[in-house]
Design a protein. Structure first.
Length: 197
């Protein structure tokens, strides 16, 4: 097909097509720019709204904490912590008497028996022991054996009395009273030391 249009008219048509394409691209770019502006403004408004919401939530939480007596709660928590520390201290000094009694039976000499064991209020970690003995000497020897630091049970063993009464029908006519104080360092009979092994 032969185009017989004059060159000026051809050029005008060519430019008009180009102009329409440029107008479409310009409108597309403008629409995209407008969309970006709308998204940016919407994002800023959304962030401001969320920020306000969180600020309101923080203010409400502060009011609730104040109304719930935060300081009083913290003070109470401190008291509970102190009570727990006291419980740990008491448990760390708990004596395993089932094992102590066996050990005392091994330490006291032949001809003696442990008749009584009594906790004393006068000394923390102290006991009063009553030892039955066949002779005066075996009662005194029981004190020496228990006081031996190699045993690792007692720091201190004081003899109260040793008395003998041969008129009683008891198998052990002599009786020695001892006041003992548990060893606090590396005592294998403290529950805490036993649990740590």
């Amino acid at each position: 097909m032969i185009n017989l249009m004059p060159p000026d008219k051809k050029q005008v048509i060519w430019y008009s097509r180009r102009n329409s394409i440029l107008v479409k691209w310009s409108l597309g770019i403008a629409a995209a720019g407008l969309g970006i502006v709308i998204v940016a403004v919407g994002g800023i408004l959304f962030l401001k709204q969320e920020n306000k919401k969180y600020e309101d939530s923080i203010s409400l939480t502060k009011v609730e904490l104040t109304s719930q007596k935060e300081e009083e709660t913290l003070k109470r928590a401190g008291e509970i912590k102190g009570s727990l520390q006291l419980a740990v201290d008491v448990l760390s000094k708990e004596i395993l008497f089932s094992e102590v009694l066996v050990r005392i039976g091994q330490i006291i000499p032949q001809g003696t028996v442990l008749k009584n064991l009594e906790l004393t209020n006068e000394l923390q970690g102290g006991l009063d022991l009553t030892i039955g003995a066949l002779t005066y000497e075996s009662g005194a020897t029981a004190q020496l054996n228990l006081a031996n630091p190699d045993n690792g049970i007692f720091d201190k063993v004081d003899i109260g009395t040793v008395s003998c009464n041969s008129s009683t029908p008891d198998t052990y006519p002599c009786e020695a009273t001892l006041r003992v104080l548990f060893s606090k360092d590396n005592n294998e009979f403290l529950k805490l030391n036993k649990d740590g092994q």
